[in-house]
Each structure stands twice: as C-alpha cells, then as structure tokens.
Design a protein around this ligand. Sequence first.
Ligand code: SF4
Length: 70
Amino acid sequence: MSTGGWSCPHSINGNCQIIKKECNPGDRGCVLYAKALFSNQSSLSNEAFQKRMQRKLLKTMKDLSLKKAD
Ligand code: SF4
C-alpha cells in the first residue's frame, strides 16, 4: 500500500514481502502490528497495541515503585 505520505519498504506492487499476501497495514505479521492504532476499528493491530501499552505502563509503574522502595 502506498497511499498518503508513507510507503512501506516491504510493499512491492501492493503485495507484502513479509506476510506474502496483499499489503494490509496492521495485519498480523505486519511491521506495524501492535505498534500503531488504526482508524479502521476492525484492525487487528488496535487491540494488540492497547495490550502492549498496558503491559508497558504496568512495567513502568512496577519499576517506579521498586525505585521508590530503595
Ligand atoms: S502489510 Fe505491513 S509490513 Fe507488509 S507491506 Fe504492508 S505495511 Fe508493510
């Protein structure tokens, strides 16, 4: 997919060289999976992104609480 201001280096003629099918940004296996929120509510990336952010937040809170206890 090469719309907008960004084009993925893994897309060749609209086909993803990683997942070996038509480019679908945010699909499982895509470099953007769990790394970005998409306006398309049905994007598989969105739930994975939110879970990743929750894990990151919990880790940060845990690290901060451990530092405070020192
Ligand atoms: S599916 Fe993702 S990794 Fe593959 S070409 Fe599209 S944007 Fe790039």
